[in-house]
Ligand binder design. Sequence first.
Ligand code: HEM
Length: 412
Amino acid sequence: MSKTVSDYNFFDPEIIESPFDFYAAARRDAPIHHLPDTNIYFVSRYEDVRKILKDTETFSNEFGAILNEPPKNPEAAAVYASGYETVDTMLTLDPPRHRVYRNLVNKVFSNKRVESMHDYMLQMADQLIDSWIDDGEVDLLTRFCVPLPVWVIADQLGVPREDLELFKKWSDAFASRLSRFADADQELEDARLIVQFQHYFVDMIEQRRKDPQDNIISDLAHARIDDGRELTHPEMLSIVQQVLVAGNETSTSTIAEGVLYLIENPAECDKLRADPSLIPNAVEEILRLATPSCGLWRLVTQDTEVQGVQIPKDALMMVRFASANRDDEHFEDAGKMDVCRHNARDNLSFGQGVHFCLGAQLARKELNVAFEKLLQRTDNWRLTEGKNSLKHWPNLILRGLEELHIDFDKIK
Ligand code: HEM
């Protein structure tokens, strides 16, 4: 007999690793599924996810306290206390306050700005590929999927190349803090890195106040809000942190997962090689299947009802983008990869509504460039034997492969 939704425990690391049967059971048996012994309601169907994302009055983004829950390790808590306080800006605010911060950074990631970065990204991708193209085998995650987005975001923020290793460590520390799976040692390490991040960027903000440059930190250092005041250090750190984590981890994971999907679906890969004009649609299909930002919270502001389920004020909704993206009611044969899928762009991987991803255009550009260059310069991708567990980092809201090693042929 097939399992029902109550046979699964969402918090079980094995379910986090292989969640797709659980998602299917939830969509079928209980689309608004009250997770046992919690105040959390798990939303799994495409239409319900969309409806909830659009209703910002009932389903609030003011869930900052959940993302920044105090660590269990008291030493880590003491380290945080030596840093800057955490305040809410874009992601963890509702309208109208949300817009005040979002407007400050919208122009940096506008379509026009992103289009102008096309050649620069192609050069970066080529430079990375040049460094391993003659080897026939590569640790693709660390030598391509990680550095491409890190370089792009670091340049936008004005972080020098010599600090990039630190930059990635900070981004990983934030991702680990969000994961809810960090042990005491990891919590302490994360806290040290996050406070180091805060001091690094406060120094940089102060430098840019004196010596403006053409980058986000400089823009933020000179921005004015409300009655014409400058942003506080905690406000700026909150914005930079969101750009850092959202801009690195997700794009990295999508490139890696996309290569894996294409290895597992060689006929789809052949279609892209035969007709590269399919790449933009393939990127949407990869975003749909990979859904690296696999779910997020919403805080319920008043007693309400969805799909006949009563939901009390102060409950939490786990809005599962990754399940919505595999809903057969919206995507035909949703578990299958189809690079020509006519509605692949309906994917909810970037969310929807007022919090629609700030970096969606930038991420789409990075992904298009990444697949264009990898397909143009390398062929016959295979998983390197003995080097791939194909496991993902344990994390409730982000999904990404732990490693990806491939063998390939160089295209002459
Ligand atoms: C494949 C790559 C990416 C994915 C899948 C992704 C996913 C998402 C999702 C699902 C949201 C909506 C959150 C919500 O509804 O509460 C979001 C928001 C956001 N993303 Fe992305 N993201 C990606 C890349 C980026 C990049 C490159 C940046 C950097 C510029 C970025 C910055 C942000 C920010 C700042 C927000 C908050 C926006 C707001 O609340 O108004 N993301 N992203």
